[in-house]
Design a protein around this ligand. Structure first.
Ligand SMILES: NC(=O)c1ccc[n+]([C@@H]2O[C@H](COP(=O)([O-])OP(=O)(O)OC[C@H]3O[C@@H](n4cnc5c(N)ncnc54)[C@H](OP(=O)(O)O)[C@@H]3O)[C@@H](O)[C@H]2O)c1
Length: 324
């Protein structure tokens, strides 16, 4: 089979596509023919050895996929040959086939395309866990989403809206903000041109925001924290900007607010029951058309570097996928 291989850590252009042996599913695994693989920001980190997970070299990147089951390993129950499934694997998905842990494989909902199925679970799973479980978001509250046109950001916009919140989307240009508006954002801030604090003050009539969803980090985190309402929750989701901000703790005292960490990957491992429940609820919102995931581009396997460079150069809206 053909697979993307990371032979030494580095930037996307150092990746190659090679012919390697088909994987054989071990006990508890299933062999899946990959029909589409979601491209996520963590894929750009894992190939540079900058992510929490550090697979031994050489390895195939790609954290999530959708495909068709081709073989069942020993002891696998509840899944069947030919079944269309979603899998979240951490790495290994940028290939024609993958042997995946059956515990991290779920049936694909009827009527869902492989492209949407391959790019839904990680971003929507993260944003639902963040907003529902970690922030306990209530209808009527106001949510500020930074990097709102990106993968987890746009999912957060849609989920916050579906949970009854007022959503302020912040992003770096007018095209990205137009996408946020089309996906339900009530108010828009172009943080490349506008002052974040002043705009939040104006939009919320001085009240501030109840929840900040921050997958970007860098220079916008502190002004966002300074713009929180009393008892607000600041969600630490990621640092796409590359800079992990240091925050003066007195700001939390003054606002009576919380800074809350979000780590969806560990949540799925430590609390599989709660994670499965979240995914069931998300599939229900999707079926009710309350969520409309955006796949803005697809790439063939040998354009993997172009796909990952698009993420690193801030050119992606919603999600992009690789189609082997
Ligand atoms: N905590 C968790 O469990 C979890 C789960 C999944 C992902 N994450 C993290 O969440 C972050 C976003 O992931 P994603 O998949 O949504 O990424 P994405 O689609 O690339 O979106 C990231 C957004 O960040 C903004 N950004 C600002 N500076 C950037 C830079 N130097 N490079 C790239 N983007 C930059 C961009 O928006 P503007 O151009 O509008 O500023 C971009 O749309 C990543 O740090 C990822 O590791 C965390």
């Amino acid at each position: 089979m053909r697979a993307v291989l990371c032979r030494q850590h580095g930037l996307p252009d150092s990746l190659g596509v090679e012919d390697i042996a088909d994987p054989i599913p071990a006990k508890g695994e299933v062999l899946i023919a990959v029909k589409a693989a979601g491209v996520n920001f963590p894929d750009t980190l894992i190939i540079q050895n900058k992510y929490q997970f550090k697979p031994p070299l050489p390895f195939t990147p790609g954290g999530e996929l959708a495909g068709v089951i081709e073989a069942l390993g020993e002891g696998v129950t509840g899944l069947s040959l030919g079944q269309h499934v979603i899998a979240f694997t951490g790495w290994g998905a940028f290939a024609e086939k993958i042997a995946a842990d059956a515990k991290r494989v779920l049936p694909m909902p009827e009527g869902m395309s492989f492209e949407i199925a391959a790019s839904f679970v990680m971003t929507y799973g993260t944003s639902y866990h963040a907003l529902k479980d970690r922030a306990a978001l209530k209808a009527g509250e106001t949510v500020l989403v930074l990097g709102a046109a990106g993968g987890v950001g746009l999912a957060a916009v849609e989920i916050a809206k579906a949970l009854g919140a007022r959503v302020i989307a912040a992003a770096s240009n007018a095209d990205k903000l137009a996408v946020c508006k089309a996906h339900g954002a009530d108010d828009l801030i172009d943080y490349s041109k506008e002052d974040l604090r002043e705009r939040i003050k104006a939009i919320t009539a001085g009240q501030g925001v109840d929840v900040v969803y921050d997958p970007v980090g860098g220079k916008f985190s502190e002004p966002a924290l300074r713009s929180m309402a009393w008892r607000g929750r600041f969600l630490v989701v990621g640092f796409a900007n590359g800079e992990i901000p240091s925050i003066a703790l007195n700001l939390t005292l003054l606002k009576g607010c919380s800074i809350v960490g979000v780590f969806w990957g560990d949540f799925t491992r430590r609390e599989p029951g709660a994670s499965a429940q979240d995914l069931t609820e998300l599939m229900r919102l999707l079926a009710a058309a309350k969520l409309k995931p955006l796949v803005s581009e697809t790439y063939p396997l040998d354009k993997v570097a172009d796909a990952l460079n698009a993420v690193m150069q801030r050119r992606v809206t919603g999600k992009i996928v690789l189609v082997p």
